[in-house]
Design a protein around this ligand. Structure first.
Ligand SMILES: [Cu+2]
Length: 143
């Protein structure tokens, strides 16, 4: 009797996840991580934006409590000199992924309010034009 109820509940859960799996096709941010750093210093957040939708979106900005400033930057090499160019917005094309990664796009954290130690987690909120605000969990780690 008990087993039957449990099985019915499990089937229900599977069925529900199948349903929501279809319905929840939406823009997602995956694999967010940041480099360890000390309070007062700088760090950077990296992640992948996955947009499965047929509509393009735009990342308008990022905010987090752990730093005084969070800016979107693009790293570029010019004559062996690495420069970082602030991006006011970052376009996310329809049915595409945008990678924020070392040597490319990143969220620059300046004037950290606390130490970021390996194993720590903190949250950051990404603001998208269409998808709206999306709060993510960032893992602190040495890549
Ligand atoms: Cu930067």
């Amino acid at each position: 009797m008990k087993g039957m109820v449990l099985r019915a509940a499990m089937l229900g859960a599977v069925w529900l996840s199948l349903l929501t799996g279809c319905a929840s096709k939406q823009l997602q941010v995956q694999g967010a991580w940041a480099r360890p750093a000390q309070a007062g210093g700088t760090s950077a957040i990296y992640f992948t934006i996955d947009n499965p939708l047929k509509d393009a979106d735009t990342l308008l900005g990022v905010s987090t409590d752990v730093a005084e400033t969070a800016e979107m930057h693009q790293t570029q090499m010019e004559n062996d000199v690495m420069t970082m160019i602030p991006q006011r917005t970052v376009p996310v094309a329809a049915e595409s992924q945008v990678k924020f990664e070392p040597g490319g796009l990143h969220i620059m954290l300046m004037n950290l309010k606390k130490d970021l130690n390996p194993g720590d987690q903190f949250s950051a909120t990404l603001s998208f034009d269409r998808a709206g605000p999306l709060t993510i969990t960032v893992d602190v780690k040495d890549q």
